[in-house]
Design a protein around this ligand. Sequence first.
Ligand code: ZN
Length: 167
Amino acid sequence: MQDKLQRCYQIQKEVSRGSYFRGVIECKSLGRLVEKLNNDQGKITVEFNFSDSGYDHPILQGHLETILTLECQRCLKSLKLPMKIEFKLLVDAPDELALDSSLESICSEDGTIDIFEVVEEELILGLPLVPMHEGKSCNEYWQSQDDTPDVVMKENPFSVLKKLKMN
Ligand SMILES: [Zn+2]
């Protein structure tokens, strides 16, 4: 086990060593993720290992944990979002195999994986499309779009005529 993560790992070498890695990645080193955050102060704890999958392709498996700061789209204040993500990725496997095994696949760069990119991708995919505080009370001026508007029932002109005739 080692605490410092490097960016890139040679898959075959790590599979044969059975290496297990644990460490911390700073949010600010993940540029595409930071664009979607309110600040770049977070840290991400990552654990992972490379192993033989039994599918003739190695597997990168692990989990990550962090608390990201987003902007609530209802009140525009900051919103802390805890995230825990498990990942299990077949490396360089053809699509059919990924489908068969119901695992996601990932492409290496000449047998090398950039773990920062993997973590960044997993986090971006896990972000809510429209982050909001739980409950609807964080902005009293907010009118949710899924609230159905009050429908004013107009009286049918013919029923008015009917009433007139009856009188
Ligand atoms: Zn809010």
